[in-house]
Structures are given as C-alpha cells and as structure tokens.
Write a protein that binds this ligand. Structure first.
Ligand code: ADP
Length: 604
C-alpha cells in the first residue's frame, strides 16, 4: 500500500517561529519587565541621597543614571545636562562606579530569566492551546504539534430534528437512489448475506444550490448515523503532505464511528485530473492519492459510506470515478416545474402566506431557478412584506422577489431622461410584441421599465405554462427574433441605435451558434458537432473543435441567422407600428404593465 510520509519540513518552520518569538521577547518584553522593577526618583532626591552618602553603586548612561542604595534597591533618574560636578560629587560620597547593572546579575540567573523562562511559557501556552483543540475534536489522538494535519471534519451526530428526505423537495430520482444506501446502513446483513456489497462512494453531481449537501445530510438523518462533513478545499494545505495526512485522519475517525457517512463537498478541489505536468500541484496530487488509497483500503462492508458532491464531474480524475471508488453517480438536476413548486412549498411552511398565493404561478415565473434560489425567493418575499409593514406575504411580494432574484433590486434613484425612458419603453414593447405575434412564443407575463440593480433598464418577463424539455428549430428562431426585436423597435422609432441591446445581442448570438454547432439545425453542417460543452453545470462554457476554415463558415452562418431574424422582427413591428406606439406610450406612463393589460390593448 502506498503510504505518504508525514512531512518533517513544517516542524522547522515552527521552530523558526518559536526562535523569532524568543528574540522578540528578549528585545521588547524583558527590558520592559526590567524597567518596571526599577524605582524612578527625582533628580533632587538623587542629589540628596548623594549628599547623605546613601548611594552604593552608580552607573551613568547617556540619558539616565542608575544607582542602588545600601539595601540594594535599584533606582533611576533622568540625567541633567551641564551638571559638571556630578562625577566628583559621587566619588566624594563614596559611591562605587559600575558600567553595567545587567552584568551584575549572575549569568545563571540571567540565562534562566532570558531563555528558559520564555521557553517554559511558550511550551505551556502551546500545550493548553493543543489541549483545547483536542477537546474540540472528537476522537482526537494524534500527537502532532499544534494539531497539524488533523482533519477538521465537522461531525453531526444525528438528532431527532435532523434533515430528512421529506425536507428535500423534488429530486425524486436522487432520493430513490439514496434510499438504498439508507436501507443498507439500517440492515447491512440483508445485503451481505446475498453477497452484495454497497458502493463505497456515491458522487452527487449537479449545478450549485440544487440540494446536494441537503441530500447527503438527509441520508445521514434517515439512517440515524453520524455524519462527517468536510469540504474538498479544506484538504488543500500549504505544505505537501498535510492534505494527505488529513485524509488519513478523517478515515481513521470515520472507521471508529462506523457505520457513518463521510460527506466531501466540492470534491473537484482535490479530485481534479492529474495532468502529469512538471511542477504540477504536488500537494493536491498527494492528497488525491491518499484518498484513493484509503478508499481501496477499507473492505466493502465496513459501514463507511462516502458521499461527495461536485458541479464539475468532467474534471474529476478517472481513477476516482472508477468502480470500487465513487462507482455510483447520482445526478441532482435543477428542479422541474413540479419540483420548483414543491420546494417553494417546503420553504414557505413557516412563512405567513396569504390565502390567494399561487405558488404554481411563482414556480412558473422562476423557470431555471435552483433550490437555493427558490428558498431565497420565499425569504425575499417575506422581507419585502415586512419592509412594507405587513404581516402576511402576498402574491405581489413573491412576484417582486422573483424579479429581485432574477434582475436585482429596483433602483430607486436612477433617473432616466424622458427620451431614454421612452427608448426603453419602445425596446421592451418591441420584445413583447414580436414574442406575442409569433404564435409559438411564450405569453408575456409582465413588462417593466423600472431600472434594476443588475443594470437592466427594463425587461419583459415571459412565462411558459409548462416546462419545456425540447425546443424546435422554429422556436429557437422565434426566440432569436424576439431578442432582436428590442433593437428593431428602437431603429424604427428613433431612427438610431443605442447601447441598450448588448445583452440581447449576446443571447441571440449564443442561440444561433448553438443551433449550428451543437444542435445540427443547419443543412450546411448537418449533424456534425463543432463544439463541446466543457462545463455542463457551471454556465456551460463550450470550446470549438473544428478547423479554422469551418470556424469562419460558422461565423458567417451565425451572422446570417441573426440577420434574418432581425429582419423578421423589423417586419413584424413595421406591420404593427400603431400598436407599438400605443403600447409604448402606455408602458411609459405606467412603468410596469401586466401580460393581461398588454394583450388587451393588442387585441383591441
Ligand atoms: P448544493 O450542495 O447542491 O450546492 P445545498 O444542499 O447546499 O446545495 O442547498 C442550498 C440550500 O438550498 C439548502 O439549504 C436549501 O435551503 C435549498 N434547497 C436546495 N435544494 C432544495 C430542495 N430540493 N428542497 C428544499 N430545499 C432545497
């Protein structure tokens, strides 16, 4: 078995720190201590002691005079300028001149005082600090200096009110998958009798905020076993080998507490592919090696189940995901409409909701939101109600909070000039009108021209009645046309163009490019993938994988697609110019209009 040696290097580091501390102690603390033991007197008292022959020894320094009396008490006084007869007077009084009072103390005493005492002091402080840390960590036992290399996994011992599967809304597939683990932790014999062994590791993959941590806690809660939780980044230390020793420590603790669950959040922090490049990240690789070794080390049925979460599964080292390690992968996806509604319901349990609140409508408005965002929507809604002096959360509060989560807070003090405001009104109505006129576009829910903190000067909210899993080519084209329609309306009405369409342009281009490079929706390129998505759960970055010539052709095609839809949008708006004017003026006056108001005017 491959063992990673405990590092020696860090200790040198601590010795240096102790030595530096000692030197500082000698330079700053000791002189202060010594000064504190010296009695300070006035010059006239010094003079009278000289006169009365009370001075035993004396030392004249640059700016002070140190002296002792017959009983050995040490005094000091400031030196007077121009006291020329001082030496003479002292000599006559029978005082003995000395050059250094420090040297008067015996070498043994000063050695004890200056070097041994501080060491004893530091050792005592270190001992107590370590003891405190050991007390904090359950099952401690490592005798490493200052608790280095100890895993700081937090242990949650299950309690009655721990998180249960019922607290995690939606995610039924994930729960089903994990229920088996719970069953195994309850009755391992059922599985071992038949010769089945549980997976050692389960990888929860999905976008941020979808409830991966919650699910892991729920497994522990349901199975009633201890739950160790640590984040992958906590293993990454400054010194090579420290992370590895933390891994060892974590597994030792877990085995002591088995059956139990170890949860490693953000495992990609240590589990990234080892790339073998010179000067690579030694520390991370050693930590990963140790993790692999530990996972191989324990037998299938010893009751330690490792759950790990990541939103970058593609970056994990293949050695980590092979059977025998993290052999089961549970996707935890963004919730669908039913899931979103259920999550809103779970989080609004403790919220005082008005009777007319329609959580389904809120769930439809919040398409694409993660569980964490939905929880935030409920909370923002409640805060909004409190801000307005109400005790009950209404539908309007929740609708406003969806917008807050999507577009940020309303910008109260953003003052648009009337001309700018009119341009924004035309821009937004342009989007809404083209969306409504194309049969396949989703109905408009709300149009507003109140600026938001995200920088949006206005927006048109479209809400689908149902979740959509597929989009046809026509739907994508219509969407591109809708995106270009804001700019188109500006062109028609103001005769010029503004900077207000940058976000639309970005989205339209992205869609057009995806149609060509990923969805195979053009005749020219047919079903050939030109692009690969690198980061499925984190924004979906993609990289082109084709020749430079093809890239050029793709670029030309993207321009062609967007141009054509832009032309279509211009056409629709020109055909409905009257409605465009009427609606834009209406929006300019009211600033926010609902989808129903919009449709009423359109169909008049
Ligand atoms: P992840 O680990 O996937 O990033 P978390 O499990 O930490 O996400 O979830 C963050 C928060 O979002 C949770 O504390 C919870 O309030 C909320 N949440 C996410 N998904 C759900 C869900 N399916 N049901 C209920 N709440 C959820």
């Amino acid at each position: 078995m491959k063992e990673v040696k405990t590092p020696k290097k860090p200790f040198v580091f601590y010795y240096i720190i102790v030595l530096l501390a000692l030197m500082l102690f000698n330079m700053l603390v000791m002189p202060a201590l010594r000064d504190a033991s010296i009695k300070e007197v006035n010059y006239d008292q010094f003079m009278s002691m000289t006169f009365n022959k009370k001075i035993d020894k004396v030392e004249i320094e640059d700016n002070k005079i140190l002296f002792t009396d017959d009983s050995g008490t040490l005094y000091k006084t400031s030196k007077m300028e121009n006291d020329w007869g001082l030496t003479e007077r002292l000599y006559r009084s029978g005082a003995k001149f000395t050059s250094d009072f420090e040297k008067e103390t015996s070498p043994l005493v000063s050695f004890l005082l200056y070097w041994i005492l501080p060491i004893v002091l530091f050792a005592a402080i270190g001992y107590f600090a370590q003891k405190k840390m050991m007390d904090k960590m359950s099952g401690g036992g490592s005798n490493m200096m200052f608790g280095m290399g100890k895993s700081n996994a937090k242990v949650y011992v299950p309690s009655e009110e721990g998180i249960r599967f019922s607290d995690v809304a939606g995610e039924d597939e994930a729960k089903e998958n994990l229920a088996e683990i719970v069953d195994y932790l309850h009755t391992p014999s059922k599985y071992s009798e038949i010769g089945a062994s549980m997976p050692k590791g389960v990888l929860l993959v999905g976008p941020p905020g979808t409830g991966k941590t919650m699910l892991a806690k729920a497994v522990a809660g349901e199975a009633n076993v201890p739950f160790f939780s640590i984040s992958g980044s906590e293993f990454v230390e400054m010194f090579v080998g420290m992370g590895a020793s933390k891994v060892r420590d974590l597994f030792r603790q877990a085995k002591e507490k088995a059956p139990c669950i170890v949860f490693i959040d953000e495992i990609d922090a240590i589990g990234k592919k080892r790339d073998g490049r010179i000067g690579g990240n030694d520390e991370r690789e050693q930590t990963l090696n140790q993790l692999l070794t530990e996972m191989d080390g324990f037998e299938g049925n010893n009751g330690v189940i490792i759950l790990a979460a990541t939103n970058r599964p593609e970056s994990l080292d293949p050695a980590l995901t092979r059977p025998g390690r993290f052999d089961r992968r549970v996707p935890v996806e963004l919730p669908d409409l039913i899931g979103r509604e259920a999550i809103l319901r779970v989080h609004s349990k403790k919220t005082n909701l008005a009777d007319n609140v329609d959580l389904n409508a809120i769930a439809r408005m919040a398409a694409g939101a993660s569980g964490a965002e939905l929880a935030n929507i409920i909370n923002e809604g409640a805060l909004h109600a409190v801000r307005n002096g109400r005790r009950i959360v209404t539908q309007a509060d929740l609708e406003e909070s969806v917008e807050v989560v999507i577009a940020g807070y309303q910008k109260k003090n953003a003052v648009l000039s009337p001309k700018e405001k009119m341009t924004v009104a035309y821009h937004e109505i342009g989007h809404a009108l083209v969306a409504a006129k194309q049969t396949n576009s989703a109905p408009v829910q709300k149009i507003t021209i109140i600026p938001r903190t995200s920088g949006a000067l206005g927006y048109t909210m479209q809400v689908e009645q149902q979740d959509k899993y597929l989009m046809t080519k026509e739907e994508i084209l219509n969407k591109i046309a809708t995106l270009t329609a804001g700019r188109a309306a500006e062109e028609i009405i103001t005769g010029t163009i503004s900077t207000g369409a940058s976000n639309d342009i970005e989205q339209a281009t992205k869609l057009a490019r995806a149609m060509i490079t990923r969805y195979g929706m053009t005749e020219e390129f047919d079903m050939v993938a030109m692009e690969t998505v690198d980061n499925q759960y984190l924004g979906g970055d993609s990289s082109l994988s084709c020749s430079a010539e093809t890239q050029k052709k793709i670029d030309d095609k993207v321009v062609e697609v967007v141009k054509e839809q832009h032309r279509k949008a211009l056409q629709i708006l020109n055909d409905n110019k009257e409605k465009l004017n009427e609606l834009a003026n209406f929006l300019y006056e009211k600033e926010t209009i609902t989808g129903t108001e919009f449709m009423k005017i359109l169909e008049r």
